[in-house]
Design a protein around this ligand. Structure first.
Ligand code: S3P
Length: 171
């Protein structure tokens, strides 16, 4: 039985929310989607928070919401893609929980993100070509932080099996 939260991190479209729900079911733990929790607490969508108050305000809310997960019963937590990057959050995550970096191939990210950008203000309305440029550039910046995670899952389509195999020692 694990005593620390399991945090899923990775770029937008890497499967954190989908996989987080599946893993929570599998391990019979509560599931927390950090973005959904922020939206619920603020009564506004992430897109509206970005638009009205700016990204820096969102990052402050995100850091606070992240730290509040430490008091929940042991849970599976899906983070927003930028959560590990700001406010020294990655160092906090490594100390507080077990962290898993979901890192599917770029083409899978693009397939998932294309047409799913309306609620993602950093990618809003982009074509596949524009997305490819933006995702490649952002990932290059973020990767060194994501790679500090305890586990690194490269699979795109068999993530659940890969993660369960990687986490065997934790059960
Ligand atoms: C962001 C990712 C989003 C959301 C916000 C910013 C990012 O979450 O937190 O739009 O900076 O990568 P998802 O990764 O769940 O799309």
């Amino acid at each position: 039985m694990w005593t620390r939260n399991l945090y899923l991190l990775g770029y937008m479209g890497s499967g954190k929310s989908h996989l987080g729900q599946r893993l929570a079911q599998h391990f019979e733990r509560p599931f927390i989607d950090l973005d959904a929790r922020i939206e619920l607490e603020q009564g506004e969508t992430i897109a509206t928070i970005f638009e009205r108050y700016g990204e820096a305000h969102f990052r402050a809310l995100e850091a606070t919401a992240l730290r509040a997960t430490a008091t929940a019963p042991t849970s599976v937590v899906a983070l927003g893609g930028g959560a590990p990057i700001y406010h020294n959050n990655m160092t906090w995550l490594l100390a507080q929980g077990t962290t898993v970096f979901l890192d599917p191939p770029l083409e899978i990210l693009l397939d998932r993100l294309l047409g799913a950008t309306s609620d993602r203000p950093l990618l809003a309305g982009m074509s596949r070509a524009a997305l490819r440029k933006r995702v490649t550039a952002m990932l290059a910046q973020r990767r060194p932080i994501y790679e500090r995670a305890h586990y690194h899952i490269h699979e795109g389509r068999a993530q659940e099996q890969a993660i369960l195999a990687a986490l065997k020692g934790l059960e």
